[in-house]
Design a binder for this molecule. Structure first.
Ligand code: HEC
Ligand code: HEC
Ligand code: HEC
Ligand code: HEC
Length: 239
């Protein structure tokens, strides 16, 4: 074999080694998987404004709001790259919503938009749920964080709700939301108030305590205190 051939083989070998050590980012899978085990949250979410977020991009919907924001109420914005990203799950991310192949389980602001891309942590939910059922064994929440589950809710909300110039949120980048406090002060976003909205967030259901320890948001206790018992759903068919 000549030098070039040997070198190509060496490079290929290094690439293989490298790929083996770099763990892949968790990917978006759509809410169907979550529904199988969290029917109560799923059915409650279905009734929220977040669930219907893509409807607002269709022509002849929310006419007054669009006119006020200088948008065209007759236009179809459902395939517009300047809009769709904040009205679906996982835009621009592996497994997320695409205009070319719109997946109905990724429309609207769904589970993974707030809880994180689910390919890895949902497997831990299953494992931990089974161990808990068998022997009351618990698992540390830290492990969910390592698998991509998000507990920094405010940051998630801000990426959509405060993504406009002058909002004060550090991550701002185009495309911006057209609905800012300049258009109407009702669009000002106050996380502490918004996270308690029953128009946009699902209701809360009692946890058995399968996961323990930090990180926990400061409103966790408050939500659990008022939570209802969930409908026990099938845990065997998420694949
Ligand atoms: C195979 C079943 C299964 C699947 C699939 C699943 N989960 Fe879970 N999940 C569980 C179990 C079991 C728990 C522990 C519940 C408890 O403590 O009562 C849990 C807990 C949770 C919690 C609470 C964690 C905490 O702080 O204690 C969240 C949030 C959650 N799941 C979201 C999701 C989302 C989002 C998806 C989809 C990406 C998903 N789950 C998929 C079974 C599942
Ligand atoms: C992927 C982008 C995205 C994320 C993440 C997101 N939202 Fe939203 N939110 C929207 C969109 C889009 C709407 C408008 C839905 C509609 O009416 O069509 C909305 C609507 C709302 C509303 C209703 C406002 C009204 O008109 O009363 C509240 C409240 C809200 N979101 C709170 C939150 C909170 C709290 C979080 C974080 C825990 C969050 N959102 C995360 C995009 C997002
Ligand atoms: C950076 C994220 C983002 C982008 C980009 C974005 N939106 Fe939204 N959109 C939101 C959020 C957040 C809300 C909820 C605002 C609220 O009610 O506080 C919303 C709400 C709406 C509403 C409902 C407003 C109402 O009061 O009923 C419409 C209609 C809408 N968006 C259309 C669009 C269109 C059309 C575009 C593209 C020109 C677009 N959005 C781009 C985040 C975004
Ligand atoms: C707009 C953001 C948002 C969306 C979308 C969302 N969640 Fe949640 N979810 C939350 C917040 C905030 C909590 C409260 C966390 C806590 O108390 O520790 C929560 C809590 C939960 C819990 C813990 C038990 C409970 O009811 O409080 C489960 C399970 C859960 N969500 C599943 C889901 C599933 C399944 C979906 C999709 C159908 C979903 N979530 C969509 C924000 C969201």
């Amino acid at each position: 074999m000549n030098h070039a051939g040997l070198r190509a083989m060496a490079v290929a070998a290094i690439c293989v080694m490298w790929a083996g050590t770099v763990s892949a980012e968790p990917t978006f899978e759509g809410r169907k998987k979550c529904y199988n085990c969290h029917k109560s949250q799923g059915e409650s979410w279905d009734k929220t404004l977040h669930a219907k977020a893509i409807e607002s991009l269709k022509p002849n919907t929310r006419k007054d709001a669009k006119l006020k924001a200088k948008l065209d109420p007759k236009k179809d914005y459902t395939k517009d790259k300047d809009c769709i990203g904040c009205h679906v799950d996982g835009w621009g991310r592996e497994g997320g919503y695409t205009i070319e192949e719109p997946d109905k389980f990724l429309t609207g602001v769904g589970c993974e938009s707030c809880h994180g891309a689910g390919s890895d942590y949902r497997k831990l939910h299953r494992k931990a749920g089974e161990a808990f059922e068998k022997s009351q064994k618990t698992m540390a929440r830290e492990r969910l964080v390592e698998a991509g589950q998000d507990f920094e809710f405010a940051e998630k909300c801000h990426a959509c709700h405060l993504n406009y110039e002058g909002s004060g949120w550090k991550g701002v980048k185009k495309p911006y939301t057209p609905f800012t406090p300049k258009v109407d002060k009702k669009y000002a976003f106050d996380f502490e108030k918004a996270v308690r909205s029953d128009k946009a967030l699902h209701e809360h259901f009692k946890l058995d305590g399968v996961f323990t320890g930090p990180p926990l948001p400061n409103f966790h206790e408050e939500f659990q205190k008022k939570a209802k018992p969930p409908v026990k759903s099938d845990t065997g068919e998420e694949d």
